[in-house]
Design a protein around this ligand. Structure first.
Ligand SMILES: Cc1cc2nc3c(=O)[nH]c(=O)nc-3n(C[C@H](O)[C@H](O)[C@H](O)COP(=O)(O)OP(=O)(O)OC[C@H]3O[C@@H](n4cnc5c(N)ncnc54)[C@H](O)[C@@H]3O)c2cc1C
Length: 416
């Protein structure tokens, strides 16, 4: 069923009796061409592009919970491509371009809103660094502008420009950045993949890999054995745990990241704003809530809930740039488990075990990457070679010392 104004009108006059389930609920088959482990944004996007771009539709997505129960439904919804390094910038720009056409492409309203993202700077050296970043972005075809303080004052009069410790001097704006309704992305990709023949198997947890003589030929699940020539793992925060079942230890730590939503307010924020002297980012949802977040919790955990010291830390950072946030009430908060890689960049690569492929290490920036990650992982699974925008996301870069260290923070996930 195609969604359109006409189908909406038809159903409105028919008592809404004609809507079909958004995707099927099939029984697992014994064998597929490709198995994707993890029904988050990346796993579903991979299945969608495998079917749509590469004509491979004997595909199963195995999800241990329900579609959207992981980070794809827990993030703060920010999309952007304001990266500096050549290993990253073209990849994230590809992703932003895919976001721009996504709703028409998969015929689902994901509320893609290019309301812009402003990174604040608070000192002259930081302004110089942002000018360099803006130049790198423009060289690779992305949009970027530097805002001076006067322009910023007009756009965001509520910012604390004269804060004695972190005065706001200006910002780097990417107007094409913005927000997307996160769970609708999972649903849209799931529906698009399902329509092309992909089986989406919920409540299907992978408990082991079938590996013989260095070749992976399937997985064991709580719903039985499922075989495939190629198995792609895209389980984000569970990467370490799942790949340990294949006998692999990854350069990834799992940490909790929390998100917060305030009560609904009148429209006040023009777009996404990020603090340049601490970790804080905020946008306003269409319902009016301020959606914000900050640092990861400083310990390794697979629990999808955070602790109070980080709540305090995030709120302090918010108060430092926009004191008016202190007057609003917090409505709810939650946590997700982040696959923090040792250089802050992802891995999209074939594993040393034949037939096994990994998509991981997204840290807390994987939502914006969803379309390009799905596209590039599908490319790798279909052609056995990396997509041209993802050539630096190899696992062995940590052994070769060829890190893609965007933040220059080294192997310290808490600083990425
Ligand atoms: C609070 C928070 C805020 C964030 N904000 C942003 C943001 O603003 N912008 C941005 O770009 N990114 C953000 N992120 C990061 C982003 O959400 C993640 O990097 C991205 O969603 C990870 O990819 P995914 O969607 O595939 O993950 P997930 O949705 O977590 O998918 C992985 C799936 O694998 C499943 N799984 C795990 N183990 C198994 C198993 N054994 N068998 C079968 N299935 C299994 C899980 O149930 C899960 O559904 C944020 C994350 C959090 C938690």
């Amino acid at each position: 069923m195609r969604y359109s104004v006409l189908s909406l009108l038809k159903e409105a006059f028919n008592g809404n009796k004609g809507w079909k389930p958004t995707w099927r609920d099939p029984e697992p088959q014994a064998e597929y061409d490709v198995i994707i482990v993890g029904g988050g944004g990346h796993g579903l996007a991979t299945a969608y592009y495998l079917a749509r771009e590469f004509g491979i539709n004997r595909v199963a997505v195995l999800e241990k919970g329900w579609i959207g129960s992981g980070n794809v439904g827990r993030n703060t919804t920010i999309i952007r491509s304001n990266y500096l390094l050549e290993g990253n910038q073209p990849f994230y720009e590809k992703s932003l371009k895919l976001w721009e056409g996504l709703e028409q492409d998969f015929n689902y309203n994901a509320m893609v809103s290019q309301r812009g993202i402003i990174n604040l700077y608070h000192s002259d050296p930081q302004r110089d660094a942002f000018v360099r970043r803006a130049n790198a972005m423009r060289l690779s075809g992305a949009d970027a502008e530097i805002l001076n303080q006067n322009t910023l004052r007009q756009m965001c009069p509520f910012l604390d420009f004269d804060n004695a410790r972190f005065p706001v001097q200006g910002g780097l704006i990417q107007r094409r950045g913005g927000t997307v309704r996160h769970d609708a992305v999972a649903w849209g990709y799931a529906r698009g993949a399902d329509q092309r023949g992909v089986d989406i198997l919920q409540n299907c947890e992978v408990t082991d890999f079938i590996i013989e003589n260095g070749v992976c030929s399937g997985v064991e699940t709580n719903r039985g054995i499922i075989r495939a020539n190629k198995v792609g793992v895209a389980v984000a925060g569970s990467s370490g745990r799942v790949m340990a079942q294949a006998g692999m230890r990854l350069p990834i730590e799992t940490h909790v990241l929390q998100a917060f939503v305030s009560e609904g307010l009148k429209p006040v924020l023009p777009g996404v704003i990020t603090f340049g002297a601490g970790h804080f980012y905020v946008s306003q949802s269409d319902k009016g809530g301020l959606v914000f977040g900050g640092d990861i919790d400083g310990y390794n955990s697979y629990a999808q809930r955070g602790n109070l010291p980080v709540v305090e830390d995030v709120c302090e950072s918010g108060m430092a740039i926009m004191p008016m946030i202190g007057r609003s009430k917090l409505l709810r908060m939650w946590g997700g488990v982040m696959d923090m890689s040792m250089d802050g960049s992802p891995i999209i690569d074939k594993m040393p075990i034949d037939g096994l492929y990994l998509n991981a290490g997204w840290c807390y920036g994987g939502f914006k990457a969803t379309p390009a990650s799905g596209w590039c992982f599908a490319h790798l699974l279909a052609k056995d070679e990396p997509h041209e925008t993802a050539t630096q996301y190899r696992l062995d870069r940590f052994k070769r010392g060829a890190m893609v260290d965007e933040r220059g923070a080294g192997a310290q996930p808490n600083l990425h």
